[in-house]
Design a protein around this ligand. Structure first.
Ligand code: AMP
Length: 447
């Protein structure tokens, strides 16, 4: 199948020619005619499969010019980085069309974005929170939306945007086409679909859990964290083909810690990105990695999802992901679009179960590499790795009290007080040290 078979219009064909895309990817082939028919669609596809173009082509082919310039196409994505990326892709495709595209996301000035929206637009790309804020503020009209795309639905829900998402769905016109894209079909995604979408057609890029064939995977078994760190440093120092390497960690803290550890090995060639970094820093870091200034980018799962960084040579999983699907997403950052990729996973004793779950999901074993002979094996354990001293669970028997039922509670100190009458004399004595009674008024001194 070629793009000619899609019966696209001239402007879109010319834009595709400029982009140099030769033939549609699987998800583009499977999705095009269904989406053109106007049906609701659920696309199971991860980044790297060409899913963005898969929904943009039919949406833009079906778009028609309107002087009103209310948005007709709404694309909701989970992160600010993805907003920017999708806007860029729309702009490339609409190079020969009169289409205005605007991206809005949180963490940037809302008034600037409201002013931009007020000028009129055709395609809106947004993160859920900011989109809802703009709509509720009355700065944005959603009544002309004809096509809704929710990209990376699973991630949007994972990030806790369910309420915002359903809030937006309530504001949208009932008559519209909805296209949902998700890397995995989670229970949360299914619930959302059941509630809001009418018998959507399901299309799939590749069965969930199937990693791309062109990624050579390997694991190293290491006894503990410090040896893992030594191994990572060893790999960086001894591997000349680490031209564009993504290192994943499970937490922001670990990402920062790793950065401190490995930065001296390649000064100014390593970047770190996670959700605590300021928006500008995040953009700049990704750009520096994209253009080759940074050879290594340390990232957390959430931030990397959906990032389209081309030609990643290696993915290193410093932490073995505890959610097996995350492994597929992580290694899917390399080997994109027919290029060869390498993934290296460092598995400590404590993470062996996670690896088994990943292998179960993929229905294959990942080849094990031998540790280099000159690798320094550390026997220093981290606090987390220290064997825990546990106290035996001794049951303390309390004597049973007569007449006390099951609902007996110990009285609080305040309520346990017994009211005791204290007479005036005792009170005064406690206060002044001696008893002063009415009958003992101090006598006036005689002059
Ligand atoms: P996506 O899965 O949408 O994140 O796309 C991954 C990458 O593939 C993007 O850089 C696209 O520009 C590129 N791409 C999408 N469709 C095609 C195609 N048919 N031929 C070549 N590259 C493509």
């Amino acid at each position: 199948m070629t793009f000619e078979d899609f019966n696209l219009n001239k402007p879109l064909m010319n834009a595709l020619k400029d982009l140099g895309y030769e033939k549609p990817t699987t998800i583009q082939q499977k999705g095009f005619s269904v989406m053109m028919s106007g049906k609701d669609v659920i696309g199971i596809a991860q980044t790297g499969t060409g899913k963005t173009l898969a929904y943009l082509l039919p949406c833009l082919r079906l778009w028609s010019f309107s002087k009103l310039r209310f948005p007709q196409i709404l694309i909701i994505v989970p992160t600010r980085e993805l907003v920017v990326q999708v806007v860029e892709e729309v702009e490339k495709l609409t190079k020969y069309m009169n289409v205005v595209t605007v991206g809005v996301y949180g963490g940037a000035n809302i008034n600037t974005q409201a002013a931009q929206v007020a000028l009129g637009l055709d395609v809106l790309v947004a993160t859920p929170g900011r989109l809802l804020d703009l709509a509720l503020k009355g700065d944005l009209s959603l009544k002309k939306i004809k096509r809704l795309v929710i990209d990376e639905v699973d991630e949007t829900l994972n990030l806790g945007f369910r309420k915002q998402l359903t809030g937006i769905l309530e504001l949208l016109p009932e008559k519209k086409q909805s296209l949902l894209f998700s890397a995995t079909m989670t229970e949360d995604v299914e619930i959302l679909i059941d509630e809001y979408f009418i018998v959507p057609v399901k299309i799939e890029a590749a069965p969930t859990g199937t990693p791309l064939d062109n990624i050579a995977q390997q694991v190293y078994h290491v006894p503990n964290f410090n040896t893992k760190l030594n191994l990572l440093k060893y790999i960086i120092a001894n591997n000349k083909d680490l031209s564009k390497t993504l290192i994943f960690t499970g937490s922001k803290k670990m990402a920062d810690r790793l950065f401190e550890e490995i930065d001296p090995l390649l000064p100014e060639k390593i970047g770190v990105i996670h959700s605590n970094k300021a928006q500008n820093t995040r953009f700049n870091t990704v750009n520096s990695f994209q253009d080759g200034t940074f050879k290594i980018l340390i990232a957390t799962d959430i931030i990397s999802r959906g990032l389209d960084i081309s030609e990643v040579s290696h993915v290193i999983n410093f932490d073995t992901p505890d959610i097996p699907e995350n492994y597929i997403h992580r290694i899917g950052r390399t080997g994109r679009y027919d290029q060869e990729g390498i993934s290296i996973t460092l598995v400590s004793l404590f993470e062996k179960d996670f690896l088994s779950q990943i292998e179960d999901l993929m229905k294959m074993k990942v080849p094990v590499s031998q540790l280099p002979e000159d690798l320094e094996i550390s026997d220093i354990l981290t606090d987390d790795e220290m064997p825990k001293i546990t106290m035996p669970n001794v049951e303390i028997k309390t004597t049973k009290r007569e007449g006390v039922g099951a609902s007996f509670h110990e009285k609080s100190a305040k309520n346990r007080k017994v009211n005791v009458r204290v007479n005036m004399k005792d009170k005064m004595q406690a206060k002044y040290g001696k008893a002063i009674t009415r009958g003992q008024k101090p006598k006036k001194k005689k002059k």
